[in-house]
Design a protein around this ligand. Structure first.
Ligand SMILES: [Mn+2]
Length: 336
């Protein structure tokens, strides 16, 4: 993976750098931001990470996470977005986003939706990278920044977060070679897999039980789905942050091709997570509702009543699955 020279040039010539990522950041967003911060600090740069909505509890253990700010504490000269290509999706104060008029560097691995970018914006987008953390590693290497156990830990957290601890197909030989290299710097794979992927509070465990109890399965098309309501969160003293990885329980159902989890975060505000196995592009479905993501993992948010969101999204998913099944039927028919 080659790092474009203009990316290295702008990093070397900039100081007072602000790093941000998308809202609801997961391991790749936080891990990439912190690894890049630790690296750029080795070059003597003043760097700050802002997560306007705070660092999710799950990632508070990462090196430097305690230094992450809610809003910028200085006037930055360069803004870097990691694991996020759009300023309006960045977890930054609204006033900052609206008034931002500074050079911006995008480092991301999500397939790009459109080519629109402003004049002082430089982009490095590589959809072949399993995680943005892979790109950050290449960047730090190109800048000849020595690897440390702290940087390695942040990068490893990013990689296991986006590959589901090497479960997903985006796990490439390169991904495992990088993971092996990072282990060589002292990363504890068991501790990180537990913290990033496995650990769950008892409250969240009770919430998970509600999701599983309410799960529905439509075996003829391969759809599994469930719903969590505002009441569920209130009665278990949990928040949407506690639902990380829940949708994978629905995806695990034998025969499920698509799994959907609806969360009524508050009245008329619903978050939807979509996961797929086989050939279903759930990002295409999410995009129809203003969301996005990867082929096998995507999401969207809708300002509508829960029942309306469930109806609209499931109708699109069912349509997609029925088309897929009928196409498969055609192929089988050709064979016979
Ligand atoms: Mn990512």
């Amino acid at each position: 993976m080659k790092v474009p020279k203009e990316i290295l040039d702008i990093l070397l010539s900039s100081d007072k750098i602000l790093i941000a990522s998308h809202v609801s950041p997961e391991g790749d967003a936080i891990g990439s931001a912190l690894a890049l911060t630790l690296g750029l600090e080795k070059l003597g740069k003043v760097v700050e990470v802002v997560c306007h909505n705070g660092v999710p509890k799950r990632y508070e253990f990462l090196p430097k996470a305690e230094k992450v700010k809610i809003e910028p504490s200085f006037e930055p000269k360069l803004l870097i977005l990691v694991d996020c290509a759009e300023l309006n999706r960045a977890d930054l104060p609204k006033e900052f986003r609206q008034n931002a008029n500074l050079p911006m560097l995008v480092i991301d691995h999500h397939p790009k939706k459109h080519g629109r970018k402003s004049e002082n914006q430089i982009e490095w987008v590589n959809p072949n990278a399993a995680a943005t953390a892979e790109m950050i590693y290449e960047l730090l290497k190109a800048l000849k920044i020595p690897m440390t156990v702290e940087i390695a830990t942040c990068l490893y957290a990013g990689i296991i977060s986006d590959t589901g601890v090497f479960h997903f197909r985006n796990t490439k030989p390169r991904t495992l070679r990088l993971a092996a290299l990072l282990l060589g710097y002292g990363v504890d794979p068991q501790d990180l897999a537990y913290r990033v992927w496995e650990v769950r509070s008892f409250e969240a465990t009770k919430l998970l039980a509600r999701m599983l109890k309410r799960a529905k399965f439509e075996p003829e098309i391969g759809l599994s789905w469930s719903v969590l309501t505002e009441k569920d969160f209130a009665q278990t003293a949990t928040t949407d942050e506690d639902t990380e990885n829940f949708v994978n329980f629905l995806r695990a159902v034998d025969g499920a091709k698509v799994a959907v989890l609806f969360r009524e975060v508050k009245r008329n505000f619903v978050k939807v997570s979509l996961r797929s196995k086989e050939d279903v592009d759930v990002a295409a479905i999410a995009r129809q509702f203003g969301g996005g993501g990867h082929q096998a993992a995507a999401g969207c948010k809708l300002n509508l009543a829960l029942h309306a969101v469930v109806k609209q999204v499931l109708s699109e998913v069912r349509k997609t699955l029925k088309n897929l099944n009928s196409r498969k039927g055609d192929v089988d028919g050709d064979k016979s």
